[in-house]
Design a protein around this ligand. Structure first.
Ligand code: SF4
Length: 359
């Protein structure tokens, strides 16, 4: 069995009570079967809390007001941890923010940028991220409906796309647009059955200078309203972004973007590197998962749209702040965006479908 990791993986350590956002709020925590069995056996004083806090039928923890986990107390500490110790954690709580994608005989690990500390780590990487494999003892696996040939092709394509994304001699926006064009060709050839025969495929991965228009940016923002809102304030954040950027027409939008561009060049010169790290993060995490659903182009488009929209959120915040933006605010926007998208299977699925329709 191969386990794959990004080079920054071991830098993570939970900052616990110093964290500005608990991991137990805003999403429904799914509990694995083994943990459910353990919770059923809890006796003594904590048994009642378990009965009230665990939805055994749905396999999740109940949520209380503010969509917080039922076990999170007023001090933002976990009562289950206090009463039963760390061993009582379900897989989700034990692993978070470590994210695992499963393939036949392969596990790919990342740190979810929905955790502020993980987002900070990803955004602070200066060198192009590399990935390493570790071979671990495990039984050979055979997954139903797993196409090893397609998986190999996806791995190869992802390798090429990551190399292209990390080519810093090209502006990051041109890399992202080039990726978008390439994956449309890839998907088309896949649908037509010519993908494996195309020996010049990766020659089609070239920079593209087409910029996202005002209308496209506005349309993308509108799409995000089709996702279920996890945090109560998220809809308000989208509405404020739209008010600042889009409500006064294309000319004002272009002016804000130009001014923000100039500000970034002076005050956040590594902005493009941060965008590269986000693109690499989304692409690495989700692309190969298309072996299960064949939404290949959607995964790349979701990566590009996510990085682009995080930039939109940042531009709106910068404008609202009167022409200023801190790194902490960028981190905040990244982890809040990520929570909305990545903490909901329903949202990831809706995104796949919406991205399939986007041109
Ligand atoms: S969100 Fe991340 S840093 Fe914050 S408490 Fe959870 S794991 Fe720790």
């Amino acid at each position: 069995m191969i386990h794959s990791f990004p080079d920054y993986y071991n830098k993570f350590s939970c900052i616990a009570d110093k964290c500005e956002a608990t991991c137990c709020a805003g999403w429904q925590i799914v509990v694995d079967e083994e943990s459910l069995k353990r919770y059923k056996k809890v006796s003594g004083e904590f048994k009642q809390r378990i009965t009230e806090g665990v939805n055994f039928k749905e396999g999740v923890f109940y949520q209380k007001q503010g969509k917080c986990c039922a076990f999170l107390n007023e001090q933002n500490l976990c009562d289950m941890y206090t009463a039963l110790g760390e061993e009582s954690f379900c897989d989700t709580c034990r692993r978070y923010p470590r994210h695992i994608e499963e393939f036949e005989n392969v596990r790919e690990f990342t740190l979810s940028v929905s955790c502020p500390e993980a987002a900070r780590i990803v955004l602070s990487q200066k060198a192009p991220v590399t990935f390493y494999d570790v071979e671990v003892e495990a039984e050979e696996e055979e997954f139903d409906d797993f196409d090893p040939m397609l998986y190999e092709k996806l791995l190869e394509a992802r390798r090429e796309m990551l190399l292209f994304l990390q080519n810093r001699s090209i502006p990051v926006a041109e890399r992202a647009a080039g990726l978008w064009n390439f994956i449309e060709i890839f998907q088309e050839e896949m649908d037509e059955g010519t993908l494996f025969a195309d020996s010049s495929l990766y020659g089609k991965l070239v920079p593209c200078s087409v910029r996202t228009s005002y209308e496209e940016a506005q349309a993308l923002s509108a799409l995000l309203h089709h996702l279920e809102f996890l945090a109560e304030e998220w809809e308000e954040t989208l509405l404020q972004t739209e008010q600042v950027l889009y409500e006064n027409g294309a000319t004002v939008y272009e002016e804000i973007k130009q001014d923000f561009l100039a500000w970034k060049a002076e005050h956040m010169p590594d902005w493009d590197i941060m965008m590269e790290q986000l693109l690499v993060y989304f692409l690495y995490t989700y692309f190969c998962g298309s072996v299960y659903d064949e939404y290949v182009a959607s995964k790349v488009k979701m990566s590009v749209c996510s990085a682009f929209y995080i930039e939109e959120l940042a531009a709106a915040r910068w404008k609202k702040n009167g022409g200023n933006l801190t790194r902490e605010e960028v981190t905040e926007l990244v982890y809040r965006y990520s929570r909305e998208l990545e903490h909901s299977d329903e949202n990831l699925c809706t995104m796949d479908q919406m991205m399939e329709e986007i041109g």
